[in-house]
Write a protein that binds this ligand. Structure first.
Ligand code: COA
Length: 159
């Protein structure tokens, strides 16, 4: 049975497929200082412990994606990115909600993530879905100028 979640702006969320790796790498590179190569995404796709969700239109043009890692009773949001031209339309929220909904079927009881303390959009997205700050890691994210940003660690219980 095909999994599918309704998203705003005529989009929907569904599981990513192996052929999406190049598109995921492209969108990721637009969202982060250090992109991940396509091969990295190919490795995650198709593995049951690293589900990837895409938000796309009826022609499967991808607006954003979320990548989760599951281990025993914990889940981690490894990355989430929305194409710049699709941001601010609640696509990120739809992706996160779909992942949280799907995780209800898994053994995971708690979900974690790390976020740059200066990333207001992402922090707002996560807070809105029930994540709270549980700690911080100093010097975690490299910046183009050679400095490093502090990461907040956030978590929430699942279902
Ligand atoms: C973070 C990101 C995934 C959010 O995706 P998005 O689809 O634009 O987010 P949404 O439209 O679903 O918005 C979610 C919430 O964040 C808020 N928000 C969105 N952009 C914002 C901004 N630039 N500043 C402040 N708040 C913002 C929205 O208002 C919304 O909150 P609300 O429901 O209370 O109104 C997207 O900005 C992105 O791809 N950024 C680059 C990659 C990145 O930083 N990923 C997260 C790394 S941990």
């Amino acid at each position: 049975m095909m999994k599918l979640w309704i998203a705003p702006a005529g989009l929907h969320v569904e599981p990513a497929q192996g052929r999406d790796a190049g598109e995921l790498a492209r969108i990721h590179a637009q969202g982060f200082y250090r992109g991940w190569p396509r091969e990295e995404f190919s490795g995650f796709l198709g593995e049951p412990d690293t589900p990837v969700y895409i938000a796309c239109d009826a022609r499967r043009r991808i607006a954003g994606f979320a990548l989760i890692r599951q281990a025993a009773d914990e889940a981690e949001l490894l990355t989430i990115a929305v194409d710049p031209k699709w941001r601010g339309k609640h696509v990120g929220r739809a992706l996160l909600r779909a992942a949280l909904d799907d995780l209800r079927m898994s053994p995971a009881r708690r979900m974690f993530l790390e976020v740059d303390e200066q990333n207001a959009a992402a922090i707002r997205l996560y807070s809105g879905q029930g994540f709270t700050r549980i700690g911080a890691r100093k010097g975690y994210y490299p910046r183009p100028d050679g400095s490093a940003a502090t990461a907040l660690v956030m978590a929430r219980d699942l279902g």
